[in-house]
Design a protein around this ligand. Structure first.
Ligand code: PGA
Length: 255
């Protein structure tokens, strides 16, 4: 059985007090969660500590980014070792996003930089949530499959079988992120199956069938159930709708 996952990518939103309010509100509504999906929240790095320090907080936590380098003169960067180090005792921090389309577009992250980040995270016992997805122009020119194939192969296929099993993949068509336009469940399933077939050809079906592949891009309470019902969609990477407790919980309950 593949793990079902709902991850909230808060991006550069919510200040400390809002983070605390979210957690208090979420905890008070936790009893309404019916699904067994693993729940992850990815706040801005500066608030990871706030989250980790909250009492009665058993949701998994992740960072949104880390450096591709081990350490050294990289002003402003946070290394994977630092992420691991500051939560060494409680071990609540499990995940880190890699290659979100906003980082690829605004911070020039290539597949090869993403591959280095994946390596740094695995070396530090953190699980990468590796994002891939095409822009509208790629889909319109029917280049979307080969683009996603290159993202997967160049970012992940250097890994051993055991290493790959630590990775979660998120397919996020760029044209659907924050736009209100969702990929249809057929479009999403088609790409998820394509990705799983790539994994199967490279690593075999046991590995391919053990990797959770999440859908992201305007996933909301009113479309999550149909998306999560698809055979190869194992949950969601949720942006805007994860900033409000009620909509986030409704999505979590959509399996
Ligand atoms: P969205 O963002 O749900 O607001 O479209 C998803 C993401 O970028 O991870």
């Amino acid at each position: 059985m593949r793990k079902k996952i709902v991850a909230g990518n808060w991006k550069m939103n919510l200040l400390d007090e809002e983070v605390i309010n979210f957690i208090v509100d979420f905890n008070s509504k936790k009893n309404s969660i019916e699904s067994e999906a693993e729940i992850i929240i990815l706040p801005a790095s500066i608030y990871l500590d706030t989250m980790i320090s909250m009492p009665d907080w058993d949701i998994k936590i992740g960072a949104q980014n880390c450096s591709q380098f081990n350490n050294g003169a990289y002003t402003g960067e946070i290394s994977a070792a630092m992420l691991r180090d500051f939560d060494y005792d409680s071990e609540n921090l499990h995940y880190c996003l890699v290659g979100h389309s906003e980082r690829r577009a605004y911070f020039n992250e290539t597949n090869f930089i993403c591959a280095d980040k994946v390596n740094r995270l695995l070396e530090n016992k953190l699980k990468p949530i590796y994002c891939c997805g095409e822009e509208l122009k790629d889909r319109e020119s029917e280049n979307h499959f080969s683009l996603v194939q290159a993202q997967i192969e160049e970012g992940l296929f250097h890994l051993s079988e055991d290493e790959l099993k630590q990775v979660v993949i998120a397919y996020e068509p760029v044209w659907a992120i924050g736009t209100g336009v969702t990929a249809s469940s057929e479009q999403a399933q088609e790409m998820h199956l394509f990705i799983r077939t790539l994994l199967d050809k490279r690593y075999g079906d046991e590995v391919a069938n053990s990797i959770s592949i999440l859908y992201g891009g305007s996933c909301k309470p009113d479309n999550a159930r149909e998306l999560f019902n698809q055979t190869d969609i194992d949950g969601g990477l949720i942006g805007g709708a994860s900033l409000k407790v009620d909509s986030f919980i409704q999505i979590i309950n959509s399996f």
